[in-house]
Design a protein around this ligand. Structure first.
Ligand SMILES: Nc1ncnc2c1ncn2[C@@H]1O[C@H](COP(=O)(O)OP(=O)(O)OP(=O)(O)O)[C@@H](O)[C@H]1O
Ligand SMILES: [Mg+2]
Length: 304
């Protein structure tokens, strides 16, 4: 099911409050602009800087600056007798204020009389307990490999336009690795990193990948539990370990999803004496397969 269809279903499911946790506000705005035509209600957006604006009618409805104040805005929704969808951008700093929680609850409880839907869009959001049963969450799907491919190609075209007579240089294997390394990011972040890979020299090379992976894991903000290892190695640096090398060679295609019908290997446990080459082997897997190497800090997992 595509994003728009699923969002329409969520909005029509008679749940008065919907939360969307996303770093990609622009994408969420686009989604609402698309679904607005399928709904028989007006769609408004609110932010503390703009106040309330109508999303589905272009500029014909100018911003209502008197609704910048959260309380005034919620009061206006509550007082409105025509059902509407209200998309509140970054309401999270205000949600715990007792008056705001109460107003939201009253709007929600009145849903069967006037069906207002309040959508809360923030990078992170925790809903007060009294609102939880009136709330559903909607997840914006992350871009697919095809969409990431499009993003990288668009970035390459933009670069070519800005540099007449030149084209971005790359090879399909590196391009493929870059696209895979962008998985898990929002459209905006993926776009930013794709540009970053290209902008310095107009080339996408294997040397760009560690830099891009590092930027990606910085963005994902793993709070110190997972860290990106910049330093990798090649198997030509590793002596011995023949059976490990053979095992890896046999499974490389399955791991990259190129072998039909074979499950990707889940992991390897390396056990050995100190200084026996475990870390080096891990770095060589990452370096030779062109995949990011992440270190999980076990101590931090238990650090409550
Ligand atoms: N098979 C090998 N080929 C080449 N160098 C090796 C090999 N095994 C170990 N070394 C070298 O020995 C040093 C220690 O290796 P490494 O850090 O990978 O060991 P380790 O098993 O991770 O140790 P620890 O248990 O202390 O974490 C490194 O400098 C590494 O380059
Ligand atoms: Mg080690």
């Amino acid at each position: 099911m595509n994003d728009t269809r699923e969002l329409v279903l969520t909005l029509e499911s008679h749940i008065p409050i919907i939360t969307i946790e996303s770093h990609d506000e622009q994408r969420v705005r686009h989604l609402f602009a698309e679904v607005a035509v399928h709904l028989n209600k007006p769609v408004f957006s609110w932010s503390m800087t703009e106040g309330m604006t109508r999303m589905d009618h272009g500029d014909s409805f100018s911003a209502q600056s008197h609704t910048k104040d959260p309380e005034a805005m919620l009061g206006q929704i509550k007082a409105s007798t025509t059902p509407g969808v209200y998309v509140l951008m970054d309401f999270h700093p205000f949600i715990d204020e007792p008056l705001h929680t109460r107003l939201l609850k009253e709007i929600a409880l009145n849903y069967h009389t006037i069906s207002h839907t309040v959508v809360l869009v923030s990078h992170q959001l925790s809903v007060p307990n009294e609102l939880k049963r009136l709330t559903a969450s909607y997840e914006v799907a992350l871009p697919t490999l095809d969409q990431l491919d499009r993003i990288v190609r668009d970035a390459a075209n933009d670069w070519a336009k800005a540099h007449p007579g030149k084209k971005v240089q790359t090879d399909s294997a590196t391009l493929d690795l870059l696209i895979r390394n962008l998985q898990g990011l929002s459209m905006n972040d993926a776009r930013r990193l794709a540009r970053k890979a290209i902008v310095d020299d107009g080339k996408i090379t294997k040397e760009d990948l560690p830099r891009i992976s590092k930027a990606k894991y910085d963005m994902l903000d793993m709070e110190g539990v997972l860290s990106f290892e910049y330093d990798t190695a090649q198997f030509s640096d590793v002596g011995g370990l023949k059976r490990l090398k053979r095992w890896l060679d046999q499974r490389k295609m399955a791991f990259h999803g190129e072998a039909q019908g074979l499950d990707a290997p889940k992991g390897i446990m390396l056990l050995g004496v100190q200084g026996g080459g475990k870390s080096l082997a891990a770095k060589a897997v990452s370096g030779s397969w062109g995949i990011p190497l992440l270190r999980l800090d076990f101590g931090a997992l238990y650090n409550e």
